[in-house]
Design a protein around this ligand. Sequence first.
Ligand code: PGA
Length: 347
Amino acid sequence: MNPFRRPLIAGNWKMNAGGQEACVLANAVAEKTRRADRVDVVVAPPFTAIAAVAHEIEETRGSIDVDEGFGVGVAAQNMHHLASGAFTGEISAPMLRDAGATWVILGHSERRQHFHETDHGVALKAKAALEAELRPIVCVGETLGEREGGETLAVIERQVRAFMAHFAESPGFGVVAYEPVWAIGTGKVASPEDAQIVHARIRELLAEVSEEVAEATRILYGGSVKGDNAVGLLEQVDIDGALVGGASLDADGFTKIVDAAQAVAEKLAEEEGAPPSRERAAVEEEARELEALDADAASDARDAGQLIAVDGPVDAPTSMSVPPTSNAATGIDPATDLDDAVDHRDV
Ligand code: PGA
């Protein structure tokens, strides 16, 4: 697996969960996705909750830096392209950094559609985000009319060309999200094959900037991604993750998508002969320990059986005489051995 392209699952909360609710959701996501150590997880709350969510995640996971491997990243959903000035109601990249965001979603189709954002404006924002070391997730996608008119690839090309040169300086820092507008919030999802065609085209365009940018840039799919359709999409060679709207508001639903990404990454790593992930290694270690304990218990039982055979059934304890509170697998009798264990533990 390309180390720059760890699967990335980002939850776009849109104009939802802007207060206390955001902390509850962030905490649940941070808890539930803890085991997915092959996946980068990002949440994008509204501006009002960014600082609180960043704080909550730091408390739960110890970090908001996905590069550290155990953090959950925090994204804003938009920003102004200038750092400061007389722009009432706007928020800049440095302000987002101060609040704890390290990512920003740019050019989402809802912003292009309802707030008249242009390709040029989105490109200015992408440049400003990169300058402020805020990782941009730049969204592109065709409308239903454009798809039906056979214009999908032309639209995507126009949108990607507008900002792609800005990705040249730090390959892999910026992300592209392909979100067909007709699939957003509609329950209609692009087929993995159709999505792959567009993703491959986006990567081809990025290769015009440099091979390195093409290889290192994650291209996410977005539009009605759920736990039950995520695997098919994520298995495509050029789909490196998902931008999730509706399903990201439910921690369990979102975790299912993260788990799907983890499973796909595990499979790929196994095929490539990579060492198992921390999560997989821990599960395997646990299985080995249980197996060893079972073997010990079986050998104890055999010894007891031999005792019975030698001493006869009257004097020797039978398996029925084992106190019901004892743990056959560990051999620990909680009634007696636990006190010893407590007395001798290191404090
Ligand atoms: P959806 O939204 O998952 O609800 O379709 C995706 C998005 O808007 O990013």
